[in-house]
Design a protein around this ligand. Structure first.
Ligand code: AMP
Ligand code: MG
Length: 544
């Protein structure tokens, strides 16, 4: 994406100060660039006549029932000659949709935003956000449109949103469109995350629009139909808080509680329960990211879902060799969102979230701040527990001991010093429980194999203290240590084939391999390999 979209941010009182997290008492002192975007709409609240209505989506919309200032009503526009790339059949069924109908010409027109399904109330939602630490009071869905919500087979409410479906009142200088490459990347990586068992938005379908869009070069335009448990972000709360619209914050909080945290309204202090729940969900989520080497890349507050799902896959990437300082995103020049910074940034973002809730936490501001701080102080221990627990499982430990964190830490620092592939190491370790058995495959991952030799006896002694046999431990380790992650060089090659040659076979194959990340799949063993030097991806670009 044009990095100018990110840097075009008004001055803000919020800067990352020596990386420490602090709770600012109030947002009231901001000088706000309040743009009345509703005025930009001029007539777009009615849809063009050529948009045909059709059936088949059992929409039941709740966000569109919130006050008008929460969104702009706007129809999708980008598709001229839509062509289907893919329908996620399993997800369609989960949502109670007919996958065959979705692949029909009518279904494809809906996926690409050329036709509106009956019951759809398309809206672009308003939000604000801290981008790289700078507050922008108005962002909003500039290239996304929420078609509506459906109740899935499990009774859960899910959003169906189009990404790349044309301009909205929030587009600012942007064209509202998405290029094929980033659409395919989000499709593959979000589905890989789901298969890994990590909370995430999902990809329901993708289509090319028939349009050529202008980036650094001319590129095919595409639309992603995305599914989420909510598209409400920390930045959505900030949008209202920054305007002093406490009623808006309250309505939004009530909406999020009833949708995502149904226990909260009945709690003694409902808004505190909401804050606690969002903090816990993020602590867990970020720990899960670290366990698979995932780097979100743009953890701005507008890219953090309050439902605890990974959202907005832009210049995201998976680490090959373990190094906590790893950054791929071309727009993250200072490494703010490096792999190892993600927990800290998570807390920073949650602190911004807590600030928006202050007026709801307590009428007395001092008390409210105290409550917010109390809630925020749970993040570090919750994260640490989830992280330690995750590492213990990766190491095949069934019980918990105090020295386990040091054991894991020793391995990680040896890995960092020896450029060891994160995914391969843990996958192979399952086969090295006994000396001489599979050792060579693990040792070969280290630049200096002595580092492995020095670490491994401690691990063997530790697992020997547990009663589980080798086969049991191997199965447990393989169930948490994937063989397949979306390696960057594979993702880039897949995009290149689709964009340059119109060849979607690598996309299909990658998607299929990644749908079973914990299975060996010997015929696809090459997908488990790290990049050769010349295949290595050094930078990823934002998801426009
Ligand atoms: P993101 O990079 O997805 O976090 O987007 C940051 C902000 O820029 C959001 O408000 C987006 O809606 C907006 N944006 C990104 N790309 C475009 C585009 N091509 N057209 C309009 N708005 C965009
Ligand atoms: Mg975003």
């Amino acid at each position: 994406m044009g990095s100018d979209l990110h840097s075009r941010s008004p001055a803000s009182a919020y800067k990352v100060q020596s990386r420490e997290v602090r709770l600012a008492p109030t947002l009231g002192s901001h000088v706000l660039d309040f743009t009345s975007w509703a005025h930009d709409l001029s007539g777009s609240n009615t849809f063009p006549a050529e948009i045909a209505m059709t059936f088949h989506f059992p929409f039941t919309n709740s966000y569109a029932r919130l006050p008008e200032r929460f969104y702009a009503r706007v129809a999708p526009t980008a598709a001229t000659a839509p062509k289907l790339i893919k329908v996620n059949r399993d997800l369609a069924l989960e949502l109670g949709l007919d996958p065959d109908w979705l692949t029909s010409p009518e279904g494809v027109e809906i996926i690409a935003g050329k036709r509106l399904a009956e019951g759809s109330e398309p809206i672009a939602t308003a939000y604000a956000g801290h981008q790289f630490g700078n507050f922008v009071p108005q962002l909003g869905d500039g290239r996304a449109i929420l078609l509506g919500e459906v109740i899935d087979q499990a009774g859960k409410r899910r959003d169906i949103q189009l990404k790349g479906s044309g301009r909205t009142p929030f587009s600012r200088g942007g064209d509202g469109k998405a290029a094929l490459g980033p659409v395919l990347r989000e499709y593959v990586v979000s589905e890989a995350m789901a298969a890994l068992g990590i909370p995430t938005t999902r990809a329901l379908a993708a289509a090319t629009t028939g349009e050529t869009i202008v980036r650094d070069t001319l590129l095919p335009g595409a639309v992603l139909a995305r599914v989420a448990s909510s598209h409400v972000r920390v930045g959505t709360f900030q949008f209202f808080a920054a305007r002093g619209d406490t009623e808006g914050v309250r309505l939004l909080a009530d909406h999020v509680m009833s949708r995502n945290y149904p226990h909260a309204p009945g709690a003694e202090r409902p808004y505190r329960a909401l804050l606690d729940a969002v903090i816990a969900a993020q602590a867990e989520l970020i720990a899960r990211w670290l366990m698979v080497g995932f780097i979100h890349g743009v953890m701005n507050t507008d890219n953090m879902s309050v439902a605890g799902e990974t959202i907005d896959y832009g210049p995201c990437a998976f680490m090959d060799a373990y190094d906590p300082a790893t950054v791929f995103s071309s727009i993250d020049r200072l490494g703010r969102y490096a792999y190892g910074n993600q927990p800290q940034i998570g807390l920073w973002n949650l602190t911004r979230f807590a600030e928006t809730l202050l007026p709801l936490l307590n009428e007395d501001q001092e008390q409210a701040i105290g409550e917010a701080q109390e809630a925020l102080s749970t993040f570090a221990p919750l994260f640490q527990r989830a992280y330690n627990e995750g590492l213990r499982k990766k190491l095949g430990l069934f019980t918990e001991r105090e020295e386990d964190a040091a054991l894991a830490g020793g391995l990680l620092s040896a890995m960092a010093q020896n450029q060891v592939d994160f995914t391969l190491l843990f996958r192979r370790l399952a086969d090295a429980q006994v000396e001489g058995d599979g050792d060579e495959a693990v040792r070969a991952l280290f630049v200096d194999p002595a580092a492995y030799q020095a670490w491994v006896p401690g691990w063997r002694a530790r697992i020997a203290a547990e009663p589980q046999d080798i086969a049991t431990r191997r199965a447990a380790m393989r169930a948490v240590n994937p063989a397949y992650i979306p390696r960057n060089h594979r993702v880039e090659a897949m995009i290149e084939a689709a964009v340059a040659q119109g060849d979607f076979a690598p996309f299909e194959e990658l998607l299929s391999v990644l749908s079973r990340p914990y299975d060996d799949q010997p015929e696809f063993a090459h997908y488990a390999q790290p990049p050769a030097e010349e295949e290595r991806v050094h930078a990823t670009f934002c998801g426009t």
